[in-house]
Design a protein around this ligand. Structure first.
Ligand SMILES: O=C(O)CNC(=O)[C@H](CS)NC(=O)CCC(=O)C(=O)O
Length: 269
């Protein structure tokens, strides 16, 4: 097993156009590679953020083929890295629905994991209204995948509020939560929820987020971060806009925390 793992978390302010978002994502992946990262995580819906949900359906790809997936596979292989492709819209079972799907590409370019967001964000606060369930099908199961450093569990954005999903993961060492939090809920809960999931599950948490003012006028909270199993923030994006942050995840630190405070072993229910 690898002792340490350099990871990168990418923050974006995605616009509508898929091609230009993919080009920006590529730039950030290259920056992460230059910083020495071997696992790179992109935010929720990095290929396109747009108010009209029918646009998601328009750009949604069949699982296993399409320009977004091709680009991610190419980048993983070219740079010999793991890429967690935040989320992308994938065609659902129903013709008028998509799944909000996180795909993981291994260094050989193969897609090795698929997670469909389980909890859909239906929210209303004044003018700010989201009804993700109108255009999305919910996923049904928790997903983990294995890397030479350890096991990684997946969640997307609003899932962060449902600790039972994380408990159902198969004992991950890292949890990755690509997100696009609203500003008011992000300000109130984002860091709190991320730290809670890290501390209660005694694992690293990577949180790549959309952060800034988007083309359509929507603002997202950003504050992408990397948190250790003690709840300490190892790295954080403090400003709006595109950014790449890195941290080295330590196997020794992970083991030390779980040995000193074996809460993970003390679970009874
Ligand atoms: O729709 C898109 O284009 C991108 N996706 C999102 O913005 C998603 C679904 S609407 N946002 C969230 O889940 C926010 C959760 C949140 O903010 C909270 O739990 O407080």
């Amino acid at each position: 097993m690898l002792q340490n793992l350099m990871v990168a978390v990418i923050q974006m302010v995605s616009a509508k156009n898929v091609e230009s978002n993919l080009a920006r994502a590529e730039q950030s992946v290259v920056e992460a590679v230059e910083k020495g990262a071997s696992l790179i995580a992109l935010p929720e819906y990095f290929p396109s953020m747009h108010s009209d949900s029918s646009y998601k359906l328009k750009i949604a790809e069949q699982y296993g083929k399409g320009v977004i997936q091709d680009k991610m596979a190419e980048l993983a292989q070219k740079h010999n890295v793991w890429i967690v492709a935040g989320s992308i819209p994938v065609k659902g079972r129903q013709a008028d629905k998509v799944t909000n799907t996180s795909l993981v590409f291994a260094p050989d370019g193969h897609c090795v994991a698929r997670y469909d967001k389980v909890h859909l964000f239906d929210f209303q606060r004044g003018e700010e209204i989201y009804k993700e369930s109108d255009s999305h099908e919910a996923g049904l199961q928790p997903v983990c995948f294995d890397t030479p450093w350890g096991r990684i569990g997946l969640a997307v954005c609003y899932d962060l509020r449902f600790p039972e999903l994380f408990r159902k993961l198969d004992n991950p060492d890292i949890i990755i939560v690509p997100s696009a939090f609203t500003v008011p809920t992000g300000q109130a809960h984002w860091e709190l929820l991320l730290k809670a999931r890290a501390v209660e599950n005694q694992c690293y948490v990577l949180a790549p987020a959309q952060g800034g003012v988007h083309e359509n006028g929507r603002s997202t909270w950003g504050h992408s971060m990397i948190i250790d199993p003690w709840g300490e923030v190892l790295s954080e994006v403090t400003e709006a806009g595109d950014a790449v942050i890195c941290a080295e995840l330590s196997r020794d630190r992970f083991n030390e925390i779980r040995q000193q405070l074996p809460a993970w072993l003390h679970r009874r229910l």
